[in-house]
Design a protein around this ligand. Sequence first.
Ligand code: PHE
Length: 341
Amino acid sequence: MIEQINQLRAEAHSQIFSAPDPEALDRLRVHYIGKKGVLTGLLHQLKDLTPEKRREMGAVLNEVKTNLEQDLKQRQTELKRIVLDKEISGASPLDVTLPGSYAINAGSLHPVTRVMNDVVQILKRIGFSVVTGPEIELEFYNFEALNTPEDHPARDMQDTFYINPPVLLRSHTSPVQIRTMKENRPPIQVIAPGKVYRSDYDLTHTPMFHQIEGLMVDEHLSLADLKGVLNYLIKNLFGTRSLRFRPSFFPFTEPSAEVDMQCIQCKGSGKDCRLCKSTGWLEIGGCGMVHPNVFKSVGYDPDRYSGFAFGMGIERIAMLKYGIDDLRSFFENDIRMLEQF
Ligand code: PHE
């Protein structure tokens, strides 16, 4: 029996180390040391031997088994190495230049960011430069200096979030007008894009939204200049559209107006139009000539200087531009909505 075992051992050893691939190696494992393998067969034969012989041969067989297991393991490592070398050297069909299976999707700009960038770019072309101010603002800049004293009813129009009076979250970008005028002398030609806050929440209002403010101050500026700037902006955003200036009220401008654009859906006809509620016009912002009291609050001589200001809601523009009917969807971060831009 011992000879038979030695022969088996030698044969198995050479077969294992010439196994060409992991599958062949596994077949050898099953053949030699599997449950119904040759070695197991020999172990079963032990029962026919004398107890002494049985112990002796049992030990031999176990050693052979351990040896074969080691051989198998070693060959397995070698084969892995061989397969990997093949792949690396390009001899196998693996194409390492293919994109990975976990493709990283490229993101895109949020529609609000896109529209904001568009508006900024357009206005920069006609000489406006960008300024910014804090979102956490003082009542003084948000209201008082803008000709809106504490008991002024216009404060109700912009009920806002107070952090700790007089500290609040700015309810519009107009305080940047004051900060800019205080730090500079005319001529001034700036735009102030940014986030603003109001305690509102419905189809067309969210507690945080974006505005862009425009301010131009110089000698001899008139309503005609204001109209020229807004016409240029709307023409570049939406194509040629009529604008109309509807008399309105803001404490910090006089005269004041709401700016309406000819409806982009019904082209101004107003016929069965949901978008403009059949008026033919869409409101896009507020504007006016800077109020003399505002100039006084920043130390400018209102007899020497004149200027205009305008403010627009960016989400409103984005809704019109992309046909989105619920403003809240901008901030729900639903990838199916955002992916479309
Ligand atoms: N700040 C005003 C608002 O948020 C808009 C505006 C800006 C009006 C500048 C006139 C001039 O409602």
